[in-house]
Design a protein around this ligand. Structure first.
Ligand SMILES: Cc1cc2nc3c(=O)[nH]c(=O)nc-3n(C[C@H](O)[C@H](O)[C@H](O)COP(=O)(O)OP(=O)(O)OC[C@H]3O[C@@H](n4cnc5c(N)ncnc54)[C@H](O)[C@@H]3O)c2cc1C
Length: 390
């Protein structure tokens, strides 16, 4: 690949929360940043859009926008305090949160953060797919044949990351995606009449091995989905999803509703998050919680840490990977590893008992579990810390 005339400091592939967060931080520091996304924004993204306290916390830290600001701008469209967890046959636990869960529409949410990156000075190319990455020359080529060079590249293209594939094919990272990749399917239906729908989020275990189903209120929509590890689910996930939908009294004619599906990292996070000056962030690096599949927080967090690592490594770009890897240890790797252990316990053992021991422990340590999911405690021994600030 020929080098382009313009040399950017950083090239970012993908304008989801991971890419736009990195672009915003670098542009604010005066870096010349190019961000390319194959879609034109605002673009749809399949997602239940539930964000926890750790996500609103990191947004406030990076962008200075608090929950009330996000609500006032219509970015947070709904909040709930009550929650419930069911097995296939019974309710296992329910509770009321001290800090509510928030819900976002990803079309608006992602556009909001991409606009912030643009305003900070990022040069954004929309509707143009990056088709190849040259690791040696640190340049990318788009489908229109344009070539852009940078001193650093951040691959933030989501779960089917091309940069990750290029690094794996060159044996520069050890790939384990087969074992930790899930597929998730989802529908969104109108909450009409509203009183007919549950007003709080519900999680359901037992409808799919090594995964779960959900039904969340989100503004005027009810978002209902199911996700599970691909290698543990030989049979058709859609068939399982229809069984689940048929059990919900408020879903009429499930077969007539269009079901959409998307890949979801579910434990396939890379221990080597890139190579030299090529970094991977968000779903591209497998950074979603392997217990609940929560990935929006980890996308912002890894985007922030990738940007900081680039800022620290300006004089020696090849060192960026070691700075980045070190910075991910406490807030990302330790959390994901411990969440993965909880997941193993839940799906390899507790399903034999219809998840009842899980329901009992949820009742005993409800507040600790709530605080862990909100990011006020670490998954490691559930020690009190604020995850997003570490
Ligand atoms: C059904 C479902 C429900 C979910 N629910 C939740 C939830 O409730 N809460 C939560 O926290 N997480 C949830 N997640 C996970 C969450 O959606 C992801 O973890 C999050 O979107 C990751 O952000 P990202 O920036 O890494 O990638 P993405 O948001 O996937 O963004 C990647 C971007 O890269 C672009 N791109 C891809 N390839 C190229 C290319 N070659 N060239 C240029 N651009 C490219 C894409 O167009 C896209 O805009 C859910 C996921 C699924 C599938």
């Amino acid at each position: 690949m020929e080098k382009s005339d313009i040399l950017y400091d950083a090239i970012i592939i993908g304008g989801g929360p991971a890419g736009s967060t990195a672009a915003y931080i670098l542009s604010k520091q005066g870096f010349r940043v190019l961000l390319a996304d194959r879609k034109t924004f605002p673009r749809p993204k399949l997602c239940a859009g539930l964000i926890t306290r750790k996500t609103t916390g990191i947004i406030e830290d990076i962008y200075g926008e608090n929950v009330n600001d996000l609500k006032a701008q219509g970015i947070i469209c709904h909040q709930t305090r009550d929650w419930a967890i069911h097995s296939r046959y019974r309710e296992l636990a329910r509770g009321r949160l001290d800090i509510p869960f928030s819900y976002v529409n990803r079309t608006m949410y992602d556009n909001f953060f991409l606009k912030k990156a643009k305003k900070a000075g990022t040069h954004v190319i929309e509707g143009e797919r990056v088709v190849s990455v040259d690791i040696v020359k640190t340049c990318v080529k788009t489908e229109k044949g344009r070539i852009f060079s940078g001193r650093f590249i951040i691959g933030a293209e989501g779960a089917a990351s091309m940069t990750r594939n290029v690094l794996a094919q060159s044996s520069l990272i050890t790939e384990n995606s087969r074992k930790g990749l899930a597929v998730a399917v989802e529908i969104a239906i109108d909450r009409h009449p509203p009183h007919y729908f549950p007003g709080h989020p519900l999680l359901y275990f037992g409808y799919i091995p090594w995964g779960y189903a959900w039904s969340f209120p989100s503004g005027d929509k009810q978002v209902i989905g199911m996700g599970g590890l691909i290698h543990k689910n030989d049979c058709d996930i859609k068939a399982r999803f229809y069984t689940f939908l048929n059990s919900l009294p408020y879903v009429k004619d499930p077969k007539k509703i269009q079901i959409k599906g998307h890949l979801l990292p579910y434990g396939n996070f890379l221990r080597q998050p890139g190579f030299k000056n090529i970094l991977l962030a968000g779903d591209a690096c497998g950074f979603a919680d392997p217990l609940l599949g929560e990935g929006i927080y980890y996308a912002h967090k890894s985007g922030q840490l990738a940007a900081r690592s680039i800022i620290e490594s300006l004089k020696s770009p090849e060192q960026a990977i070691s700075v980045y890897k070190k910075s991910l240890k406490k807030p990302v790797y330790i959390e994901l590893e411990h969440a993965k252990r909880c997941r193993w316990l839940l799906f390899s053992f507790l399903h034999h008992f219809d998840y009842r021991p899980f329901g009992v422990s949820m009742k005993i340590i409800t507040k600790r579990i709530e605080e862990t999911i909100q990011g006020l405690r670490s998954f490691r021994g559930m020690k009190k810390i604020e995850v997003w600030r570490t």
